[in-house]
Design a protein around this ligand. Structure first.
Ligand code: AMP
Length: 286
């Protein structure tokens, strides 16, 4: 396994693979790797010749008051995990080589970037779209792997790829959960014991909502109300950014339940912001 830190060297290395007809599978991450990340690596390994994982805590996707500085970092642990998965290259650039002085260009996806997480974190998806575009230009992957856990991110990235004619296939992989249902996340490390126990309310709330929907309820406003009540009953939940039923492509809030739906939650447990979602399909007879 090779560690590359300089974008130009990563580009030259990828050029070489492309020239030799090797298919490159790419997993972009911010490190502090867990089984969720590794599931993407394993999927990439099944489908490509060369596996490249980037580890880069991208400053421009964090708001000023957010957790960029305290975001968990575990370079040694990450290296060990990726070595075990037989990854070919870790791309680990410095901030100054990704955003050198004079950097001026950003990628902004309209509308879908402004809903849900984007409504709470105004420049977040601009930062994501920009770094993903740069990483794709540097790594030159045939396929790139993302988790459904960050569902809105996958939709934004797909939009960038489509609108900017990028020649890369986006593969969305299922959310990997702890035994009790909590979606794995690097940020789970922030939770103390009682917060960790309380955090299962997020997945429980999603499952209960999906069961209510399957039982025939069509009023999305009612489902939203039940979701909020369920979350607020848990004293460790210090705030709800959003919780409800959304169109899975526009992220507009729905009033009636029909077709493909996104059930999504973003809450704060203490100071820690956690998100989760499930997609469901409901066919109503009219
Ligand atoms: P991050 O390091 O949080 O930026 O995540 C890197 C990639 O891993 C993103 O595509 C995430 O959606 C994905 N990911 C994070 N957590 C999970 C999870 N629990 N299951 C599946 N994919 C995940």
């Amino acid at each position: 396994m090779e560690i590359i830190r300089i974008p130009r060297i990563m580009q030259d290395t990828s050029d070489d693979y492309v020239l030799r007809g090797r298919k490159i599978g790419f997993v972009p991450t911010m490190g502090a790797l867990h089984e969720g990340h590794l599931s993407l690596v394993r999927r990439a390994k099944q489908e490509n010749d060369i596996i490249i994982v980037s580890i880069f805590v991208n400053p421009i996707q964090f708001g000023h008051s957010e957790d960029f500085y305290k975001y968990p970092r575990d370079i040694e642990g990450d290296n060990e995990k990726l070595q075990r998965e037989e990854v070919d290259i870790i791309f680990m650039p410095e901030i100054s080589s990704m955003y050198p002085e004079g950097f001026l260009t950003h990628v902004k996806v309209e509308k879908i970037s402004e809903r849900l997480c984007g409504a709470i974190r105004p420049d977040h998806f601009k930062g994501v779209a920009t770094v993903v575009t740069k990483l794709f230009n540097i790594v030159k992957p045939d396929r790139a792997y993302f988790g459904q856990k960050d569902y809105q991110q996958t939709v934004v990235v797909n939009q960038v790829v489509k609108d900017l004619d990028m020649d890369v296939e986006i593969i969305v992989c299922p959310t990997i959960r702890e035994r009790d249902g909590l979606a794995m996340s690097s940020r789970n490390a922030y939770l103390d014991k009682s917060q960790r126990e309380a955090s299962i309310v997020i997945y429980k709330c999603l499952i209960e909502a999906s069961e209510l929907i399957k039982s025939g309820i069509i009023d999305a406003g009612y489902i939203k109300k039940i979701m909020h009540e369920r979350l607020l009953k848990e004293p460790a939940v210090s705030g709800i950014d959003y919780a409800g039923v959304y169109d899975h492509t526009t992220f507009n809030e729905l009033s009636e339940i029909n077709g493909d739906l996104l059930l999504a939650v973003a809450v704060k447990i203490g100071e820690t912001r956690l998100i989760d979602n499930i997609l469901i399909n409901v066919k109503r007879k009219r």
